[in-house]
Design a protein around this ligand. Structure first.
Ligand SMILES: Cc1cc2nc3c(=O)[nH]c(=O)nc-3n(C[C@H](O)[C@H](O)[C@H](O)COP(=O)(O)OP(=O)(O)OC[C@H]3O[C@@H](n4cnc5c(N)ncnc54)[C@H](O)[C@@H]3O)c2cc1C
Length: 441
């Protein structure tokens, strides 16, 4: 079967790889010159099954109210005259009940565990390298109240097979000695030894090269303008190529993996995807003092920041690059990607506070990206109301963690095979499947 994958971010590239593995002719189309040039470009790097508690949880509504209008708030709603934003906000509130939160954690942990295993298998199969680290993820708390509140979701994750252990502040410093400077402020931590980290952009680009070697075609520099329907199916895709020429691309099946832009292309087909862009920031800086820098990937609960370290090695094993990546914060403010100085400076300040002198802030590179966020943080993977249109989108805060498992599941669904993980896929596949994709009013 010929399959066109729309979008060459993490989700498009992993879909293409696994579709090709199952024998399909695959063409990937993207407006950028290279894969992983938008949201998958400079994320936090965590492959974190343990990061399964969605933004929408029982404590969120109060916190959001408190943070309204606060420029450096970890999660900021900038209310706009935008119906999609308000609808998303209402659906988000519905997901904050204890029952919905438990249900969403369950989906996120199952897909995350499967995805991490799939990533590890891929490393064994094709030897892909992306400055990965397999030293776990340590989530630390500076507030007693937040630390206490972490116990219940951590217990739920353990019951689901994700070994997120609650540990003391001293144990946290033993696992990551670079936390010693903030030891007096630490209330406690959780540690998930099986979690990982790595450069998602390097991964996606290496996998795209592998796809090309396997026969996948990449049509980069193609701006997709519409999906055209005829006879209850997608008939073709319209695009403009790098020279501005109109292109009509045809296939048997189509995979929508355009991140935050997916709903804009689905809407004219009468398919409303509950995805809204949640802008996040990252800062990348070279390591200045290796002894002060963390080794283990970290999550700072109070500031909602994640810390990864990317160390590149040459063929002879010598270190040829060493970078700190710090990422986080979320701003729901439409498709604007402006870099807000207050937010950027807050991230650098916090990094200096935690690991004084570890990074060279004078060479810091700032970036912003739009997370394709669903209200529940559960992505949309599977079929749609059109039999040859499939979805692999809406991965929000966890698109790197969920990329391999989503790509493999999607490829199996397109091929008429049962997915290997129990997850609420869209379009009637699997147990607890969702029909979230509804016709627009
Ligand atoms: C600050 C930040 C930190 C993060 N940290 C983590 C983390 O630590 N761990 C984790 O698991 N996840 C993390 N994420 C989330 C993760 O990065 C995303 O979920 C993931 O990158 C989404 O991938 P995607 O393929 O869906 O979207 P994208 O990477 O945006 O890919 C979509 C592609 O579609 C293309 N496209 C869009 N519109 C068109 C069009 N009209 N025509 C042609 N092409 C088009 C784009 O060019 C793009 O290449 C983070 C995100 C942010 C912003």
């Amino acid at each position: 079967m010929k399959v066109i994958v729309l979008g060459a971010g993490l989700l498009g590239v992993t879909s293409a790889y696994f579709l090709r593995q199952l024998g399909h002719d695959v063409v990937v189309v993207d407006r950028q010159a290279t894969p992983a040039a938008e949201t998958s470009f400079a994320n936090g790097g965590q492959v974190s099954v343990s990061h399964a508690e969605p933004w929408a949880n029982p404590g969120a509504p109060l916190k959001l109210l408190k943070w309204l209008g606060q420029e450096d708030a970890p999660l900021l709603f900038r209310l706009r005259a935008d119906m999609r934003q308000w609808l998303w906000g209402l659906q988000f509130l519905r997901e904050c009940t204890p029952a919905r939160t438990r249900h969403n954690i369950e989906q996120i942990v199952r897909l995350g565990t499967y995805s991490r295993t799939t990533l590890q298998q891929l490393r064994r199969d094709i030897g892909i390298r992306y400055d990965e680290r397999t030293q776990g993820i340590l989530h630390f708390y500076t507030s007693e109240k937040e630390f206490d509140a972490a116990e219940a979701p951590a217990a739920q994750m353990r019951a689901l097979g994700c070994d997120r252990r609650v540990i003391s502040a001293d144990e946290a410093v033993q696992i990551e000695p670079a936390l010693r400077h903030v030891r007096p402020q630490l209330a406690g931590a959780t540690y998930t030894s099986e979690d990982e980290s790595g450069d998602a952009q390097a991964f996606a680009r290496a996998l795209a090269r592998q796809c090309e070697a396997d026969g996948v075609q990449f049509r980069m520099g193609h701006h997709i303008t519409a999906l055209r329907e005829a006879g209850g199916r997608i008939d073709h895709v319209e695009a403009t190529d790098a020279e501005g020429r109109y292109q009509r691309l045809k296939a048997d099946a189509y995979v929508l993996a355009m991140g935050s832009f997916s709903p804009l292309l689905a809407q004219p087909l009468g398919i409303r995807l509950p995805i809204y862009p949640a802008k996040g920031y990252s800062v990348t800086m070279p390591v200045k003092d290796a002894g002060m820098a963390h080794q283990v990937s970290l999550t700072d609960d109070e500031f909602k920041l994640v810390f990864s370290r990317y160390t590149s090695h040459g063929a002879d094993g010598t270190v040829v690059g060493d970078r700190l990546r710090i990422a986080g914060t979320a701003e729901l403010n439409g498709y604007n990607r402006d870099l807000n100085r207050v937010r950027c400076e807050a991230i650098v300040r916090r990094t200096e506070q935690l690991f004084p002198g570890a990074g060279d802030a004078s060479q810091a590179q700032f970036w912003s990206g739009l997370r394709p966020a669903t209200p529940s943080n559960v992505p949309l993977i599977g079929g749609s109301k059109l039999p040859n249109l499939f979805l692999n989108t809406g991965h929000g805060t966890l698109g790197w963690t969920h990329a391999c498992g989503s790509g493999k599941s999607l490829a199996r669904i397109v091929s008429g095979l049962a997915p290997e993980v129990d997850f609420a896929f869209t379009g009637g596949v699997g147990q607890g499947s969702r029909r979230l994709v509804t016709a627009a009013a």
